[in-house]
Design a protein around this ligand. Structure first.
Ligand code: ADP
Length: 240
């Protein structure tokens, strides 16, 4: 069953129509990679799903709950149970790792410390509670950002090119760990990337975007073996 449903979403900035009727279904607990060239509208779609941008038309729902349905419905970002992991620089530099992870948790929650430790363990950083962000590598910082995103138990985690600042060797291991952490929590993942290899190797569902629409969505194997058209074939084929 689909957890995240996007139907006919449109978004314009002045005269520029960036999203031109996006349809997308993401099954519960799956990781979808939204793959497409720079400028095709991936980040704008992520921002509409997060509630940071208002759509001009169409609907977004999560678990059957309508979050976006212009002109009336627009659930505020903090009420969506959706977390965002940005590209980089996501951590508060003056807070310890533990305080960064605990940021979205209730202050008085007696299980706060335990929960922070569990989340750090989940992302492979057990014992890092007292470190400061500046003491961590880029990959470790992204792991902390993921732990912080997972802390309030979101239904959906949106990841905007989260590995782009990492070097190639590190990227593969962080990617695998992010995938494992999402699996372990049962959160549904939505990963924006322009990297074909990353999408094909990491995701359960690959949604290929072009000029503001999803032109094809399927398993990595379906998209790779039976591309919708020559453009998709060329774009996806750049992975090999
Ligand atoms: P992608 O993530 O696929 O690279 P984006 O969603 O970031 O694409 O951008 C798609 C298009 O929308 C680009 O042409 C970009 O310049 C434009 N765009 C994005 N955000 C804004 C904005 N706030 N105002 C005006 N144009 C924007």
């Amino acid at each position: 069953m689909s957890l995240l449903e996007v139907r006919g979403v449109r978004k314009s900035f002045d005269d520029l129509e960036v999203l031109r009727g996006v349809d997308l279904d993401v099954p519960s607990g799956a990781l979808v990679a939204v793959l497409g060239p720079s400028g095709c509208g991936k980040t704008t779609l992520l921002r509409v799903i997060a509630g940071f941008e208002r759509a001009g038309a169409g609907t977004v729902s999560v678990g059957g709950r309508l979050l976006t349905a212009p002109p009336g419905t627009h659930v505020a970002p903090e009420k969506r149970r959706i977390a965002v992991v940005p590209q980089e620089g996501a951590l508060f530099p003056h807070l310890t790792v533990a305080d960064n992870v605990a940021y979205g948790l209730r202050r008085r929650d007696p299980r706060r410390g335990r929960r922070v430790s569990e989340l750090l363990e989940l992302v492979g950083l057990e014992g890092y509670e007292r470190r400061m962000p500046a003491e961590l590598s880029g990959g470790q910082q992204q792991r902390v950002a993921l732990a912080r995103a997972l802390a309030p138990e979101p239904q959906v985690v949106l990841l905007d090119e989260p590995f782009s600042a990492l070097d190639a060797a590190l990227r593969a291991s962080v990617r695998a760990d992010v995938r494992a952490a999402l699996r372990a929590t049962g959160a549904t993942g939505f990963l924006v990337t322009h990297d074909q290899e990353e999408a094909l190797s990491t995701a359960d569902v690959v949604a290929v975007m072009r000029d503001g629409v999803v032109v094809q969505a399927g398993t990595p194997e379906q998209v790779y073996r039976a591309p919708h058209d020559l453009d998709v074939a060329r774009f996806v084929g750049e992975a090999v």
